[in-house]
Design a protein around this ligand. Structure first.
Ligand SMILES: Nc1ncnc2c1ncn2[C@@H]1O[C@H](COP(=O)(O)OP(=O)(O)OP(=O)(O)O)[C@@H](O)[C@H]1O
Ligand SMILES: CC(=O)N[C@H]1[C@@H]2OC[C@@H](O2)[C@@H](O)[C@@H]1O[C@H](C)C(=O)O
Length: 398
């Protein structure tokens, strides 16, 4: 037997595994590195988040990625070069984290690497009948494995698509395994560049667990923070809180078929970008709107579309607890607007469930890698968006 297969087999038979989950999301702020200790699988999974770091991307790297990010037309060579480059870079950033934490690569069983999404194209969005749902993450796992010497599981989204999903949101699996609780209807609301949520019913029925993207989270706020403030984001929602919502622009922003489409659905910065806002401004004759008012309106746009989506699943007479995660949870302008729109929900953070909200998506990939090794059997019923599936591709270091 190939010695690396033997090693994988040994890891799969352990009662507890140390897995590093990686996420680099649509905000391009950096690489989230979550060192987790996992045991069990499926609903019996237990996760201890041992260490967490966000390694910021420098401006040069962000600029390199932006040349191909969420664009219909790109320089193909740049895509080809960035694929191994990001894999090696992520590998090196893990080695840096391990050194900082006083650990060796040999202390880690598996790396779970999401990679960098560069394009997301669900069928509803690309509209080309003969083509399926599609998504592309780069930073190939072979390079992560070879750089670190650690077996790497990566490219989780393709199997989800192969079995009928849109390749996202995958959070539903981790949310159900880690956070489902009898007696409490839970909504796990993650606000990254794009916002999504998982609904976990109080009866813990996997067949009615529910997940969807809702539309923009921070992506438009960040785009205008860069443009207006020259900063990566509107710290603490300060600019937004000085402005007033422009109703004409808000209505124009909401005028998109995505919001009327039934759940589950996914989207990305391919749709929600500065030209989307500029078109809405032109349509509503609000091109002269002041920067603070524009920011306030974009916050309200995210909040309204998030609250509207969450509100659609809530049944009257039932109570729901919303657990916030992702960078948007640090923006009081956004969180206050959402809480105002959902007055009957109790709001908490996933930190209260033992997982740092900034680490949650990276932890998710550690959970998915664990499922790839020892789980993959939990049935979520025969439903769109949550196939029963074991995801990820295995890369050996040598
Ligand atoms: N203090 C803060 N004030 C305002 N916004 C903040 C703050 N901290 C983080 N953010 C927002 O959170 C963003 C990063 O969020 P996160 O890392 O969850 O996104 P992501 O994982 O890249 O996105 P996605 O989940 O869509 O892939 C920042 O770009 C910024 O918009
Ligand atoms: C294609 C892609 O990378 N989608 C991301 C993105 O960021 C948030 C939202 O859009 C979500 O659907 C997804 O990531 C999380 C981790 C998910 O799959 O649950």
């Amino acid at each position: 037997m190939n010695v690396q297969i033997q090693q994988l087999y040994t890891i799969a038979r352990k009662t507890e595994r140390r897995i590093i989950g990686l996420m680099s999301g649509t905000s391009l702020d950096g690489l989230d590195v979550a060192l987790c200790r996992l045991s069990g699988s499926g609903p019996d999974t237990t996760v201890l988040l041992e260490r967490f770091a966000t390694v910021p991307y420098d401006e040069e790297l962000k600029a390199e990625i932006r040349t191909i990010f969420a664009k219909r037309e790109i320089e193909f060579e740049q895509l080809c070069l960035l694929n191994p480059y990001i894999g090696r870079l992520h590998g090196q950033l893990i080695l840096d984290c391990l050194a900082l934490w006083g650990l060796q690569p040999a202390d880690i069983d598996i790396i779970a690497s999401h990679g960098q999404t560069v394009y997301h194209a669900p069928k509803r969005q690309h509209g080309r009948a003969k083509f399926p749902n599609a998504t592309l993450q780069i930073g190939d796992g072979d390079h992560v494995a070879a750089t670190t010497g650690i077996i790497t599981i990566s490219d989780f989204r393709q199997k989800h698509i192969a079995l009928g999903g849109e390749g996202a949101p995958l959070a539903v699996y981790g949310d159900y395994f880690m956070f489902s609780a009898r007696g409490e209807h839970r909504i796990l609301l993650n606000m990254g560049g794009i916002a999504n949520f998982t609904y976990l019913p109080a009866n813990q029925d996997a067949g009615t667990v529910f997940t969807t993207d809702t539309g923009p989270g921070n992506t438009l706020l960040d785009a205008y923070a860069r443009r207006v403030l020259g900063k990566p984001y509107d710290e603490g929602g300060q600019l937004a809180s000085r402005g007033n919502v422009n109703t004409e622009l808000l209505n124009a922003l909401k005028d998109n078929p995505f919001f009327g489409t039934s759940f589950p659905k996914t989207t990305g910065p391919e749709v929600f970008n500065t030209s989307y806002v500029e078109k809405a401004q032109a349509a509503s004759q609000t091109t002269a709107v002041a920067p603070a008012d524009l920011m306030a309106t974009l916050v309200q746009f995210s909040a309204d579309t998030i609250a509207d989506a969450v509100g659609q699943l809530m049944q009257s007479g039932e109570s729901y607890v919303v657990y916030l995660s992702g960078g948007g949870a640090h923006n009081p302008a956004l969180t206050t607007a959402i809480q105002t729109l959902l007055p009957n929900c109790l709001f908490k953070r996933t930190d209260e469930l033992g997982i740092d909200g900034d680490a949650k998506e990276a932890v998710l990939f550690a959970v998915l890698a664990n499922e790839c090794l020892v789980g993959g059997t939990t049935s979520f019923g025969d439903r769109q968006g949550v196939p029963t599936v074991s995801m990820g591709k295995i890369s050996f270091p040598g």
